[in-house]
Write a protein that binds this ligand. Structure first.
Ligand code: SF4
Ligand code: SF4
Length: 357
């Protein structure tokens, strides 16, 4: 195209530092693929937005996820071998599902993907992590199983499974200097994951600083506050007004909600497009984003120790009084001021500043 025909506004466009990024997504941990399914509900951005390049200035994205891929079998697996051989660089490795401990048994395997052509044996999930993580631009653990072990790693499990940071080490960094990025949730909140992925694309494009993570390797802007802080039943809690049965619009803490001690943004954000959630729509928070999940939150439907006592005290000593005082104030505010009337005199208190009084 001749230079004269190029719109002036094109000057605002800059090529990303990295033109293309592959996402090698392993669902072969101990998991249920619930996170892969969950992200199809994302809208900010949607998976389609990212793959079709809706946001200009970012690398083109190629996704290799077995739940969503067109390819099957060996055609699909070829990306794993290309990644291992350094022919897919740069790529982001996404791991879904807990990482089993393959060292605790004499034979067999807990989890695997593909077949070793030389031995005819399955290639374990752990072996794929060992092969691919040293080459990855970034490694992302999606869902609470991959991040911290989750439900499969609960007491009494036979696999000795764990989260990715337990496996690779909490101080592990990619060859680009990026720590493991953990996006927990069981399943992950769709936009939480897509937003994190988008951040990494901005970082790869040279448009964002190092992703900010907390001590549990979670993006700080998503997991920096408690469920309770973002819950719209907080005002019931604050005035000591607690639900006694499911279906009530009041605070659910006495029914087992763990929101005050859980870091999660779901009630604030909703589940899909602002709709849904957990305690905000009547389901107790069971702490599914937390490293201590599920064992430290069970039995789910029992309040944590001490909660029933202190909330009963709140309800009795403070809640009743504050609710009564507020009722008086609400009744007062429900009345219109007395100068709003159709009588032939003005009683608003208006004083003209000039002319006859
Ligand atoms: S329902 Fe749970 S998260 Fe919401 S205000 Fe009550 S304790 Fe907090
Ligand atoms: S609000 Fe609680 S149960 Fe719901 S997603 Fe967050 S941590 Fe999990």
């Amino acid at each position: 195209m001749a230079e004269a025909t190029i719109p002036y506004g094109r000057k605002t466009q800059k090529a990303p530092a990295v033109k293309e990024v592959h996402i090698v997504w392993m669902t072969a941990g101990l998991g249920c693929d619930g996170d892969s399914v969950a992200i199809t509900g994302a809208t900010q951005p949607s998976i389609e937005d990212v793959l079709l390049g809706a946001i200009p200035g970012l690398p083109k994205v190629h996704l290799h996820n077995p739940v969503l891929a067109y390819e099957n079998g060996d055609d699909f697996m070829k990306y794993w071998y290309l990644a291992e051989a350094g022919q897919l660089d740069p790529f982001v490795l996404v791991v879904e599902g807990s990482i089993p401990n393959e060292k605790i048994k004499a034979e067999g395997y807990w989890a695997a993907l593909g077949t070793n052509k030389k031995t005819g044996q399955p290639i374990t999930t752990c072996e794929w992590i060992d092969r691919l993580s040293p080459r990855a631009l970034a490694v992302v653990a999606i869902g609470t199983c991959a991040t911290y072990g989750g439900i499969h790693a609960m007491a009494g499990n036979p696999t000795g499974c764990m989260g990715l940071a337990d496996y690779l080490g909490w101080k592990w960094k990619s060859n680009a200097g990026i720590p493991i990025v953990c996006v927990p949730g069981c399943p992950v909140q769709p936009d939480n994951f897509m937003e994190t992925l988008l951040y990494l694309l901005y970082q790869a494009a040279g448009l964002a600083p190092m992703i900010p993570l907390d001590e549990a390797l979670r993006p700080t802007w998503l997991f920096g506050k408690t469920t309770h802080v973002g819950c719209d039943r907080g005002s019931y809690f604050e005035q000591g007004d607690f639900a006694k049965e499911y279906g009530s619009p009041k605070c659910l803490v006495q029914l087992g909600c763990k929101g005050p001690v859980v870091q999660c943004n779901v009630p604030k954000r909703g589940w899909m497009a602002g709709i849904g959630g957990c305690p905000n729509v009547g389901g107790i928070c069971i702490g599914c984003t937390m490293p201590g999940f599920p064992d430290k939150f069970m039995p789910f439907m029992d309040p944590q120790p001490g909660v029933r006592f202190y909330t009963s005290m709140m309800g009795l000593l403070y809640g009743k009084a504050i609710r009564a005082l507020r009722r008086v104030a609400i009744n007062h505010n429900d009345q219109e001021p007395k100068w709003r009337h159709p009588r032939p005199e003005l009683t608003t208190g208006y004083q003209p500043t000039f002319g006859p009084r």
